[in-house]
Structure formats: structure tokens, C-alpha cells
Design a protein around this ligand. Structure first.
Ligand SMILES: C[S@@+](CC[C@H](N)C(=O)[O-])C[C@H]1O[C@@H](n2cnc3c(N)ncnc32)[C@H](O)[C@@H]1O
Length: 403
């Protein structure tokens, strides 16, 4: 086990960090980081940079629901070719940031870079880190691509290379709770970011009528209860030589103090598939929020909303096989009719990669927000369902055959 100690790094007390996030959520992440009290927030495509100390880095890792990773910027340089990148990497004091007995992984990403092969750049950065270690300590760290102690990231633009050390370790959307996987579950940070874009407040009802594995419901419940998303997991910064245990303990204790007297959230989930309801139940239980969500098995086309209007959020299925596509084409107009008939006064949000949805649902979207689910371009469609005379009954009163 390598020795954990704080070392002289030559780094000033305020550092620059970069939080990556699903594309389209940059503004939502910037707003979240502002609420977490960090300064120098700057949005760029794919993430948000901020300036802060290690306490800020620890707090963002622990509390951000939208960030995928928090990267610590350790150096940057101009480059023209792979050799310049190697020189820039070997110039950095890697051995002051982690120990030679620890394992290493290098990842390289690029936008408009002239280099021919990112795989080759990855090898050259790994060689530079190892060569620097060998020069300083006489030996070199080993590579581990699955569970490395230190993750080095290099990011190339057309002429600059920037080096980062990853302070998160496993991506932050891995919240730490065991997860039952159903059909196409959303990543937790994408679901949390979408919830933020809906403007849902914890004192209004939230319904997911096609809840799948319950990602929206789990994130919403934790948000309403003020639970820290990273409370049950470890972080990459705990393995770095610059890790300050006392500062982490203090930061964690302060961040996890939840104000008393939060209202009980009004969260409702349903799905047509009994297996999805079971998966949602297991996931909510693992996250410690099962008691805060009402679940039932019911077809979204028959679901009766709770009496008080609020926010409906759904990620309808989208078909890859021909039969599915035909079935979905028939489903969207029925969903639109159901919304008009049974959900007046609600704000409904549908998140989908299927652009046919917008044409077929028969409702006019008041907002369409482009978002990426990994590489897949999606939209979040907002529908303000016009208020009519149709009032709902209590969610739990309706019949639910087979539930
Ligand atoms: C893409 S998945 C939702 C994934 C979910 N957002 C998550 O993160 O786990 C779509 C879900 O819609 C459900 N579904 C399909 N047709 C339905 C209907 N008519 N009524 C209710 N649920 C339906 C499917 O059973 C599936 O669980």
C-alpha cells in the first residue's frame, strides 16, 4: 500500500479544475457549481471549468449530480507534433502527485488536433510519465486500464495540449448503490440534469409514467431529501499523493449536514412492464429512497395523474427494430391525446432520440433542448398542457391490474 502523505507540489493553493458532463448540460452544470460555491466558472462544450482549492474539488465530487468527472489541470503547452506532447508531459513532476508503486492509465481526447493517431499520443504520454518517474525514482509505475490508482488525461486542441489528473476515479454517475438494469436506463447525471432543465421543485408532484429502472425518480428523491450523490462511494483523489485526509473529513462532514424540516416529496412512478417496476423498487431501495416514491404497474395511456398538477417526465421507448418503430409511431399520437385529455395544467417533458416524436405527438412543444445521451443526439421536448376541466383523482386510487 503506497504511503499517503501530502507533498510539496509546487502548485498554488488555487487550482483550475474541469468538470466534464453530458453535452447539452453545460449551463445546468455551471448553475449547479455556482450553488456549490465555487468560483471562476466557465462553460465550454462538454463541461465547465472552475477555480478553487482542494476543498472545492472534494465538495464538487461529493455533491455534483451533473458532472461526470472532476479533472485537476496540472499543465499545458503549445505543440505541433507528438514529440512536443512527449516533451510537455515529461516536464511535469508526476512523481509528486502519485507514487511509483501505484498504477496508471492514460486517456487522450482531441478536437481538431492535427495528430494522426490518438492511440500513438496515448502511448507517448504514458512513456513520458514513466520516463519521468524512472529519472526521479529509478523505476516506473505499471499500467492498469481497469482500476488504476492514477488516471492521466490529455486533451488536445489544434495547437494546445492540456494535462489533467482525474480526481473522481470511477465516473461520478456511478453513485455507489447497486443498480438493477432494465431497458436502456439513463445515466444518473443525465437524468439529474434533465430534472434540473424541467425546473421541477421538490414541493411539486413529479410523475414518471414510463419509469424503466427508475433513474428520474431516484435522482429526484435524493435531490428533494438533500442527499449527497457521492455519499456511498470512494474517489480518485483519495489515492493521490496530494490527498489531505483531514480536509476531506471536514469538507465531507460540512457538505453532508442536511437542513431539517424538508417537505416529503410527491414522487410517482409507473410502467407497463412488471419487471421495470421491480427494478425501480430495487434501485430506490438501494439508494435508500423507496419510502418516498409511489409505484404502480399501469399503462401510461391509462394513468390518471395526481390531483395537484406538477411535472411529468418520461423517456419513452424508442425502437431499433422495424416492428418497434411501427408500434411507436402508433403510440405517440395516443400519448399526445392522453396528455390533452387527462393532464391539463401539467408541464410534460419527453426525452427522446426519436425526432418523429415531435411530429407525431400532436402537441406543440414550448421548448426543445438538444442533449446528448453518450453519442446519441436527443431532444428534451417541453409541453405545457393547457388547463381544462378534467381533474385527476389520487394516484393510488386507480385500478392497477396485475400490480
Ligand atoms: C427507455 S425505458 C425508460 C428508462 C428509464 N428512464 C430509466 O432510466 O431506467 C422506457 C420504458 O417505457 C416503458 N413503456 C413502454 N410502453 C409503455 C406504456 N404504454 N406505458 C407505460 N410504460 C411503457 C417500458 O416498459 C420501459 O421500461
Amino acid at each position: 500500500m503506497p504511503q499517503r502523505r501530502r507533498r510539496e507540489t509546487g502548485v498554488s493553493t488555487l487550482d483550475r479544475f474541469f468538470c466534464s458532463c453530458p453535452r447539452g448540460l453545460e449551463a445546468a452544470l455551471a448553475a449547479e457549481l455556482g450553488e456549490l460555491g465555487v468560483g471562476g466558472v466557465e462553460e465550454v462544450p462538454g463541461g465547465v471549468a472552475f477555480t478553487g482549492g482542494w476543498a472545492d474539488c472534494y465538495r464538487v465530487n461529493l455533491m455534483s449530480r451533473i458532472a461526470s468527472r472532476v479533472l485537476w489541470r496540472v499543465g499545458s503547452a503549445r505543440y505541433r507534433d507528438e514529440h512536443d506532447i512527449y516533451r510537455a508531459a515529461i516536464d511535469l513532476p508526476w512523481n509528486t502527485w502519485f507514487d511509483v508503486e501505484q498504477t496508471l492509465r492514460v486517456d487522450v481526447s482531441a478536437i481538431r488536433s492535427p495528430v494522426r493517431s490518438l492511440e500513438f499520443v496515448t502511448l507517448r504520454v504514458k512513456d513520458a510519465v514513466c520516463d519521468r518517474f524512472r529519472a526521479e525514482t529509478g523505476s516506473r509505475p505499471s499500467v492498469d486500464t481497469t482500476d488504476p490508482d492514477a488516471r492521466v488525461q490529455a486533451f488536445l486542441t489544434d495547437r494546445d495540449v492540456t494535462f489533467y489528473l482525474d480526481t473522481s476515479g470511477e465516473a461520478l454517475f456511478k453513485r455507489g448503490a447497486r443498480r438493477e438494469v432494465t431497458n436502456a436506463p439513463l445515466r444518473e447525471n443525465l437524468a439529474a440534469g434533465i430534472l434540473r432543465l424541467t425546473g421541477w421543485r421538490p414541493d411539486e408532484p413529479l410523475v414518471d409514467p414510463m419509469c424503466g429502472g427508475g433513474t428520474f425518480l431516484s435522482e429526484a428523491a435524493q435531490m428533494a431529501l438533500g442527499l449527497a450523490p457521492g455519499a456511498g462511494r470512494r474517489f480518485g483523489f483519495e489515492r493521490l499523493a496530494v490527498f489531505d485526509t483531514d480536509l476531506w473529513k471536514r469538507t465531507r462532514a460540512a457538505a453532508m449536514t442536511v437542513p431539517e424540516g424538508r417537505p416529503k416529496p410527491m414522487l410517482y412512478g409507473s410502467d407497463i412492464d412488471p419487471a421495470a417496476i421491480e427494478a425501480t423498487r430495487a434501485n430506490l431501495e438501494a439508494a435508500g429512497v423507496l419510502d418516498f416514491v409511489e409505484l404502480r404497474r399501469v399503462d401510461a395511456l391509462e394513468l390518471v395523474p395526481p390531483a395537484t398538477p406538477g411535472v411529468m417526465i418520461a423517456n419513452p421507448p424508442y425502437g431499433e427494430r422495424m416492428g418497434d418503430t411501427e408500434r411507436l409511431r402508433a403510440f405517440y399520437p395516443l400519448l399526445g391525446d392522453r396528455l390533452k385529455k387527462a393532464w391539463p395544467g401539467w408541464r410534460a417533458y419527453l426525452f427522446s432520440a426519436d425526432m418523429e416524436l415531435a411530429k407525431r405527438i400532436g402537441l406543440k412543444a414550448s421548448r426543445r433542448t438538444p442533449l446528448f445521451n453518450g453519442p446519441l443526439e436527443c431532444r428534451l421536448f417541453e409541453y405545457k398542457v393547457v388547463a381544462g376541466t378534467n381533474r385527476g383523482t389520487a394516484f393510488a386510487e386507480q385500478a392497477s391490474p396485475g400490480s
